[in-house]
Design a binder for this molecule. Structure first.
Ligand code: SAM
Length: 283
């Protein structure tokens, strides 16, 4: 329950130093409001409901200087992500430190979660080359993103948010548990900077339409009064050409554990990316 969830009072209280030790500011006089060490840069990318962390692992070498965090509510799954990243960092360190052809240490953590069927079956990091960034730029954190997102991130702090294969919650009475909603979209718009991107992917066509309905510019469905400002006015859909040229979208479509499962089952993947528009001018 939320009682067991740790979350900072405000983003200025958040101590990220144990998550990104390679990015801790050497100036020890700079501290968070909780007394922790500050980083040299802010976390910019969030994977909402990161599951086993495949997206983070795929993005890490692509954006080696960008700090990214996966947020996950399930304890055992988050533990797996943490162990996975730790193992990848050690492996990279090992590969950096050795020029011999000795086999590198195993890259997967020993403590896989109970539900092994969902855990990544592809061994990540089987490559013997050192990737840029050494996975020091990714981390996982346990959180209920439906409740505490603004506790972690300042207004306009993020440049990208990913929502990959969110739990569909098919029954209408469960729709309030969906992590796409008008209320939550306002929070995403708050933490995402103007020009920032929110990526979505699902294998459930109905959910894809739900996403379009909740993000798309008002007036498009012919049901909104264009005179009335809406949270949807803060978003515009990114064109298919732009999405297909975006390497992050390609990682999203191929590297998450859920996307691999959908590929194996020959399922459909519905992608929609939205750009956060500038805040409207108030009279
Ligand atoms: N994104 C991953 C992927 O594509 O492989 C996992 C998809 S899985 C279907 C959805 C994940 O979202 C689960 O791991 C679940 O525990 C997590 N989740 C659901 N609601 C959440 C919430 N409110 N806060 C954080 N994580 C949540």
């Amino acid at each position: 329950s939320d009682h067991q969830l740790d979350y900072p009072l405000t983003p200025a209280h958040m101590d990220w130093s144990s998550h990104y030790p390679a990015f801790v500011d050497p100036d020890t006089s700079k501290t968070t409001l909780s007394g922790g060490r500050k980083l040299v840069k802010d976390v910019e990318v969030v994977d909402i409901g990161c599951g086993f962390g495949g997206l983070l692992v795929g993005l890490a070498p692509l954006l080696p200087d960008t700090l990214m965090v996966g947020m996950e509510i399930r304890v055992s799954v988050l533990e797996f992500v943490t162990s996975r990243i730790k193992a990848l960092r050690l492996r990279q360190q090992y590969l950096k430190n050795t020029s011999s052809q000795d086999p590198a240490p195993a890259s997967e953590p020993a403590n896989s979660p109970q539900n092994g069927s969902e855990a990544p079956e592809d061994e990540v990091g089987t490559t013997t080359s050192v990737v840029p960034g050494n996975y020091e730029n990714i981390s996982g954190i346990r959180a209920n993103t439906m409740k505490f997102l603004p506790n972690f991130f300042e207004r306009h702090q993020l440049s990208k948010i990913f929502i990959c294969f969110p739990d569909p919650h098919f029954k209408a009475r469960k729709h309030k548990a969906r992590i796409v909603s008008e209320y939550l979209n306002a929070e995403y718009a708050y933490v995402l900077r103007p020009g920032g991107l929110l990526y979505t992917i699902t294998d459930v066509e109905e959910y894809h339409h739900w996403i379009l309905k909740h993000f798309h510019v008002s007036g498009n469905e012919g049901e909104d009064d264009e005179e009335v400002p809406s949270i949807k006015d803060l978003w515009e859909r990114v064109s298919e050409e732009e999405v297909s040229a975006d390497p992050c979208a390609q990682v999203m479509a191929c590297e998450t554990e859920e996307s691999k499962k959908v590929t194996r089952n020959n399922g459909n993947k519905y992608v929609a990316v939205f750009r956060r528009k500038a805040d409207p001018e108030w009279p």
